[in-house]
Design a protein around this ligand. Sequence first.
Ligand code: CS2
Length: 486
Amino acid sequence: MTDRRLDATTLATLPPDIQRPDYDRAATRIGIVHLGVGAFHRAHQAVYVDDVLAHDPAWAICGVSLNSVEVRDALAPQDGLYTLALLGERPRLRVIGALREVLAAREEGGRVLARLADPDVRLVTLTITEKGYCLAADELDFAHPDIVRDLENPRTPVSAIGHLVEGLRRRKAQRLPPFTVLSCDNLPDNGGKLRRAVVAFADRIDHDLACWIAENATFPRSMVDSITPATDDALRDRVAGELGCIDAWPVQREAYTQWVVEDAFCNGRPPLERAGVTMSDDIAGYDRAKLRLLNAPHSALAYLGSLMEIETVAQAMATPVLAGFVERLMREAIAPNVAAPRGFDAAHYIDAILERFRNPAIQHRLSQIAWDGSQKIPVRLLGTIADALAAGRSIDPLCVPVAGWLRYVRRQAKAGVAIVDPMADALAAVGRQCDGSAADVDAFLRLDAVFAPLSADARFVGALRVAYVALGDASSEAVARALSEM
Ligand code: CS2
């Protein structure tokens, strides 16, 4: 086994069939700061930017980890280079060069803020997951500990919102134009929510700053899509074998990828369309379709599949009772509640998603998708339920995955297994007290951050209780029986 490391020197020695940057990296300039430089960013937006750099050197990325140092420690010795494995019948490896700098904000806060105020930086992108926005009922949660802390210390922020506002404050003070702020997270109206959060935070510090941001900065909406299973040792070993050198943190994703971006940039933009990005003024249609028809079924598979002791999405799709239920859920219960973008063919979109879920080349663990349910359930399922109720349509099947989540939380809590969720403590406290009856549902519904305002709707409460009871003792057999009857 080699101990050579992937870096700017070893790049030239890689086997010829490994795709690598076909531009002069040294000639690129950092034009983008990305907050949340995790696997999804590196497998998705950074790959588009890698293509952009072949046309325009002004948009290399400074990747920032807000909470951890691991990505910085893995990639700094590699000059920011890492490998992307595209999973398919014939997996392909590609070395990505778009990350020119990787910083850990907790240790290098000054450098991060200096980058945000750098005149060459004209775009800030984010993948900080749903919880990173610190929202409650779609508005900034001023009681969130990170927001409380950042409002007391706005010049040394820890949250994404605090970083954006301090970066913009410095730019205003230096009479620089603002940067565009582009959210790449799975939230409906991601740009609109982020804009409101940033302006509300700024307004607590400095009213003029808030007005300047509201008038001059833009927050385009975007929809991102590519299935990105977490990195594992099998990937590390395969990459080392094929590259002939070690990559401490390669990433992997399916070959399919989509990025739809609203064309509202306040300070220039990369030629994204040259890299295959769709520029659109109808993001709401795309993000709704994706959240409701891909992410919601994903969460349904994650909770119901985990109760059935299944480990991956492909295995869940090979389990007829579960795959059949999820397909009916998509076609009959969700699709009628998706206001489609222009020219959108729901049946075809669903076919393609089911095919992607079945991909046997991808080991996408249900436990990964099950994380952060308190953040995902509202945007993936409860909005659809609210729309169905308003339109007088049945919500019974839609309540099954929500009930699956409650059963899953209860099972983890009773077993003393940690729940990965920003509301883990509150969820575990409810889960531990559950007795398996319909009354459990009422205890969960008191979690306002998740269930308000639906918890006051008797039709929702009734349907959720029925679904919860139908899952029986939530054993594999009981769940299978319940799903076959839905
Ligand atoms: C998944 C998503 O982990 C999850 O919750 O539903 O990450 C999903 O794979 C991506 O959004 C696909 O684009």
